[in-house]
Write a protein that binds this ligand. Sequence first.
Ligand code: FAD
Ligand code: SF4
Ligand code: SF4
Length: 450
Amino acid sequence: MNDKKTVMRVQDSKERINNFLEVELGYNDEEAKKEAERCLHCPNPRCVKGCPVNIMIPEFIKCIKENDLKKAYEVISKSSTLPSICGRVCPQEKQCESMCVKGFKGDAIAIGSLERYVADYAREHHFEEKVTIKKNGLKVAIVGSGPSGLACAGDLIKNGYDVTIYEVLHKAGGVLTYGIPEFRLPKKIVEEEISKLEKMGVKILCDVPVGKSLTIHDLEKAYDYVFLGTGAGLPKFMNIEGEDANEVFAANEVLTRINLMKAYLDSKTPIKKGNIVYVIGGGNVAMDAARSLRRLGMEVHLMYRRSMEELPARKMEVEHAKEEGIIFNLLENPVKILTDDDNHVTGMEVISMELGDVDEKGRRSVHELEGSLHTVKCDMVVEALGTSPNHLVFTDSDIKLDEKGLVMVNDDLTSEKNVYAGGDVVTGAATVIKAMEAGRSAAQKIMESK
Ligand code: FAD
Ligand code: SF4
Ligand code: SF4
């Protein structure tokens, strides 16, 4: 019995730091079959319980073995509307794969890679879902075109609703378009998913900031239902001295310039470049910012106040970042950003940290190591310390928020009649698959309320 998973081919690290092409190259037919053969088809499959949308994993893997990719795609599509995307970006090692029995004594089945293989095959071979739409005369406005909004729109349009998405940015897709870099998720895939919805009749109105050019109340008057999927895109900052210097950025801004506005191709979109940049934080956003800036030719350091073991980013992203030459400054924390007389960044004052006991959240606490204050040189700082919902959308609305500023819902319904919400704006920063599921769940509630 093979205990090792079939490793996916990747672009060589020396080459890939000079381009934004996808790092992982996907399985070919032979590799996918080889990996599928490892699955035990457990009668009570734990992997399914680990997937937030309960894809029937052994069933679709069996279809790969039997060369029936059409059926494999049908099985996946029953539970997921964005499999090419989730197969790439889901934190599988914490979800489906973490529960796979093969993982007890060897490597778990590479479920995400197999899902990506099936979904890519379906896209390349134009497996079209046959839908007959019977209009029901009801209108829904969706605010936000991220995975929650797109999934909600998909289910509603197929069930006869007239759907319009309002998006503040000039391009649809939410974090899939402006946040996750091209080298992890090619934008062509996101564009294809969006174009499928448009072909079914979903209208997408970009450049509309709801809360400014029109309000939730306006939408309530013009539509039968409203869904809020506005995400959690407002960055948090460290609030330390020197943070207002010219070359201090939020990771979301850097990523938006690079991904959405293609600053690496287009000289019309400016992006500040430093020689030495410190990215502060340890999550996926920090890793994406660090790896993107590395591709722009900078010496990139990632500073995180705990150790490698506590680093919240996906293990695979950390490995890729190391291969690409990102320098990890662990157990360190900035306390001041140093500037010259013209407010340009020249370095940071940093303290070293040590780990303490496990706190009530199960995380090791951290303390300053006495006498450890020191200086590092740099000319750019990027902060990736988490995000919260932007409240612009709630201007003049009565939507109830909790103490963290997240929308309070009861069965996906907000405090306003016929106004539903889901995704990061309800849960705080989470994952693509959870946002997609929240959008589908709200669509279901809208249909049940008819
Ligand atoms: P979003 O994707 O944030 O979409 C919200 C949309 O609403 C945006 O397009 C926004 O412009 C729009 N909007 C906001 N306010 C208004 C307004 N007032 N009017 C009109 N439109 C508005 N998850 C994973 O599973 N795997 C990953 O690898 C991963 N990597 C990530 C990397 C980065 C850089 C980031 C930032 C997040 C990452 N995530 C990842 C998290 C994941 O992308 C989010 O959890 C998910 O996108 C949330 O979906 P959503 O639909 O709730 O919101
Ligand atoms: Fe695993 Fe994500 Fe696919 Fe579910 S959607 S099976 S968690 S990769
Ligand atoms: Fe296959 Fe693992 Fe799921 Fe068992 S738990 S069915 S081996 S993927």
